[in-house]
Design a binder for this molecule. Structure first.
Ligand code: PLP
Length: 450
């Protein structure tokens, strides 16, 4: 076993060492080589060494260098070395971290990380929290708590009796809510389409003046960090309207919640703490391995009521059972990596990471504008939308940037305009990487836009 694990660690280290010099997207050849995996299930045993060798030799070259320094797609970071190391150790522990009593170490780490996060985000210490797979499930979990609380107030037990015959809940979203929010609403029986969409302004922010009249059980889903522009909804005004009508405000802050950690971006989040629940990701801006996100709910009992299970064979305890707050029972100890990141970075390290990426995003925008290209958004956070001309030209440039391999950026259509989206979210990205990527993008754009 020792030899296998040491060999695998060496392979992983070599992989990571090579990320700086390889192309970001895998080559067509490397992808074609995946055909080597197409084999029937073997009848006989293959050694662990051979299995790992195949995995590394065939698959490592066919990966996208998301862990590397010049991947700017999808608002996702890499994995801080301390979080990868913690992930390895926690993998060795193999704790099924649903309950406190059998897995006290991992349960305690999540509890401590939760306290630190509430402090870091400046949110109420009494919040309940769920360490889940990502913002999709975090939105799902927080909205399940909202559904519970609103219907309980209306005299209905939704966990016991379901939604058929329940008083209707009105759901209000911004016109530029993240697509996964609708999925979460669908899973909850609240419907992907039976929502009231509030128009947004030219930055993608929900217009508080366009909120419909509020009455009856209502959830308002606002956003911290528009996935295209990085913009923030006007929380203070919306929360004030919501409080007057007893409506529940939920914040999707998959990456934007991290703006609370820097004095430079704190103003964007004004009023955010007045909401009832929040969702965020760790695998985006905190740079921990997938899959990792967090739901926070001011009324911890509502979250627990929506999620807790009881069964005879499950030990009860006065401690915090992680699964009392999560959709899953059996679950990996994903809070361990979060704890490790926070323990290692400290408050200043988190702030430095957020501020550095924001500064790098502004540098991208400045360089692109200087080269004569149009930046479509006000770069308030870590997102840059750039157009290289008409849709066809922009798409051609995006494809060429991806093929070139110096860096990787995705495309988007925002408010009718085709753009390349640069999301700067990685701990590993240096200023030199930004300059190198900028040079490559400008070189490619010049070639493809005449
Ligand atoms: C990424 C993102 C999500 C979905 O997060 P997952 O971690 O992929 O589930 C939801 N909302 C926003 C604003 C996002 O940026």
């Amino acid at each position: 076993m020792r030899e296998l694990l040491e060999d695998t660690a060496q392979r992983a280290i070599s992989y990571l060492d090579g990320l700086g010099s390889r192309r970001v997207a895998p080559s067509a050849k490397a992808i074609a080589e995946l055909a080597k995996l197409d084999e029937p299930l073997a009848d006989k045993l293959t050694t662990a060494e051979q299995t790992i060798e195949l995995l590394d030799e065939v698959c490592s070259p066919a990966t996208m260098a998301m862990a590397g320094r010049r991947f700017f797609g999808f608002v996702i970071g890499g994995a801080l070395p301390v979080t990868l190391a913690a992930n390895w150790l926690a993998g060795a522990w193999d704790q099924n971290s649903g309950l406190y009593t059998p897995t006290p170490a991992t349960a305690r780490l999540e509890e401590i990380a939760l306290d630190w996060l509430l402090d870091l985000f400046n949110l109420p210490a009494e919040c309940g929290g769920a360490f889940v797979t990502g913002a999709t499930m975090a939105n799902f979990s927080a909205l399940a708590a909202a559904r519970h609380a609103l219907l309980k107030r209306a005299g209905w037990n939704v966990e016991a009796d379901g939604l058929f015959g329940a008083p209707p809940i009105k759901v209000i979203v911004g016109a530029e809510a993240h697509p996964t929010l609708f999925k979460s609403l669908g899973l909850l029986g609240l419907g992907r389409n039976r929502v009231y969409r509030v128009p947004v302004d030219s930055a993608g922010r929900m217009r508080a003046d366009a909120l419909p009249p509020l009455s009856g059980p209502t959830i308002i889903c606002v956003q911290a960090g528009n996935v295209n522009t990085g913009a923030f909804d006007p929380f203070a005004e919306i929360c004030e309207r919501a409080h007057a009508a007893d409506a529940w405000v939920h914040v999707d802050g998959a990456f934007g919640l991290w703006a609370t950690t820097s004095a430079a971006t704190l103003r964007l989040t004004s009023g955010l703490a007045n909401a009832h629940s929040w969702a965020t990701d760790f695998h985006k801006w905190l740079n921990v391995p997938y899959d990792s996100g967090l739901a926070l709910v001011r009324d911890a009992d509502a979250l627990r009521a929506a999620m807790a299970i009881t069964a005879e064979y499950l030990p009860t305890s006065s401690f915090r059972n992680p699964s009392d707050f999560t959709p899953e029972l059996s679950r990996r100890a994903r809070g361990v990596e979060v704890w490790a990141a926070l323990r290692s970075l400290g408050r200043e390290g988190v702030t430095e990471l957020i501020e550095r990426n924001c500064r790098q995003a502004r540098r991208f925008a400045e360089g692109l504008v200087a080269a004569g290209y149009k930046v479509l958004n006000d770069v308030v956070l870590n997102q840059v939308l750039v157009s290289f001309g008409d849709a066809e030209t922009t798409n051609r440039v995006i494809a060429a940037v991806q093929t070139d391999g110096t860096c990787w950026c995705g495309g988007t259509v925002w408010q009718g305009q085709t753009a390349m989206r640069i999301s700067v979210s990685s701990w590993a990205t240096t200023d030199t990487d930004v300059e190198r990527s900028l040079d490559a993008i400008v070189r490619i754009a010049r070639k493809h836009s005449d």
